[in-house]
Design a binder for this molecule. Sequence first.
Ligand code: F6R
Length: 611
Amino acid sequence: MCGIVGYLGSRKALPIIIKGLKRLEYRGYDSAGVAVLNGSLEIVKKKGKVSDLESAIGEKKLDASVGIGHTRWATHGEPNDRNAHPHLSSDGKLAIIHNGIIENYSAIKKELEKSGHSFKSDTDTEVLIHLIEEIKIQNKCNIEEAVRLALNEVVGAYAIVVLSEDDERTLIAARKGSPLVIGIGKDEYFVASDATPIIEYTSEVTYLNDREMAIMKDGSLTVKSLENVIKTPFIQKLELDLEDIEKGGYPHFMLKEIFEQPKSVRDAMRGRLVSASHSLVLSGIDQYLHRFTNAERMLFIGCGTSWHAGLIGEYLFEDLARIPTEVEYASEFRYRNPVIRDKDIVIAISQSGETADTLAAIELAKSKGAMIFGVCNVVGSSIARTADAGAYLHAGPEIGVASTKAFTSQVTILAMMAIYLGLKKGTISKSKYQELLFGLDTIPDKVATILGKAEEILEISKRFYQASNFLYLGRGYNFPVALEGALKLKEISYIHAEGYPAAEMKHGPIALIDEDMPVVFIATKDSSYEKIISNIQEVKARKGKVIAIVTEGDTEIKKMADFTFEIPSIADPLVPLLAVIPLQLLSYHIAILRGCNVDQPRNLAKSVTVE
Ligand code: F6R
């Protein structure tokens, strides 16, 4: 949440910063601002999107080769011009951008007020830059020392970049709990929340660790801990292409990412599923095989869509590997004094690898002796680095705020793990193992087949886009798919939607059904097929409108449902990988028909780095 960019070099800073902010806009789009330094600090900031900031800049030159920029997801203080970053010290000579939350800002603010500081915004960030200023004056120290001392006084999470008028060719950055990457070019430096603003200028980067700061001056980069210990930065090559972060002819990132799924699912299997021998090579598990096969319990931890993938993981691990499994919302788990034993394995699922609650939950589990296995997309992210072992999704950047391809990649990884452990533990036969791997191998083509019929979903969407409520129902492996379908719809179209296990309907939600209520059934031919037919009849008897996702060739449900959409047949444990695709398309088309901004839905941000 919140995107930050900084530049120091010999190019014009402003275009680099604005372009970078547009790439980071998925992290927040309540307000945006820039500060550049050319003799004196010049600042422009504006409520709204980066395009509003551009209009506010207008003809202003802002000519400088050092500067910082920010796109905000509001935490402290409403989204307005005043609360937009950058924030200034009281003498106007220091500027800061910040991603995160300073938890003890209120106590610090009171102390600063006693010393005569007054504040123009409601933000925790302005308090931090005033604290840095106060420490600089009191300690008569330079700016980098003032930043270091100030950060030792704050509690919370931050990625910051500071500019100082008295230190014209210097950028100071620091992080704890919020991501920060430094790009190293020829006599130039870039700082950003992720690598997307950097890739066209340099492929050499270093990721700061928690409680580290970087001091960039013309021609030199120094990294040190907040304890003042000099560190040797680990410089690595970026594995990211420009085309990965562009829309590539699609009107929206979300649609592009939905259509990328044949490839992203294949990439999740690449090097792991050996098609020729129909076998799995999972080195992340092999390293800890004894621990996995002797695990007494698996705990899946995640938030939102990643939690839904974890719920499918529960079904997979219990069904195939016969390991007792629980799924936990990270935000609840971390505050619940959970019982964790040393034979537990925690599987943390996170696209961004930066979700604050998930990170805190695994730190708690780790401190109690559990082994942590990370299933993340973003390479080098905080969760990936905290985990003892893990498997990357290799889905490529997911920029649309609504998670789509990351979900199918997460489920693909979990399915491979459960199948592998099932074989190793002897809880599935060799022939079942081969059958499931054969099924997995066909998923990319089957996803492509579904995407080839996207027009059918558009037609269904036209019929229902004005509905005020939706119900999503599924059983077994399709219950988590129902939850995911409902989440996708509500987050991008703002239609109230709920997902339920289909049989739970008669314990309450059935009261909602009337002729205006569309009910989406995920009703594929699996072990609960007959039961879900009864649930469909219950809805039809009350005049509800039924949209059913069915298996190719189904004739029975077709007779009952108002609309059906066929997906190819596949083994039960793999059905979610196909069934979710039409639901992603349904939410996309409905949101577009309602005129919503699908890539940047209101109030949301992609990477939730605050709790
Ligand atoms: C929904 C969505 C969110 C995320 C959740 C966790 O479409 O994207 O619910 O799934 O915020 O994010 P990650 O996976 O980055 O931990």
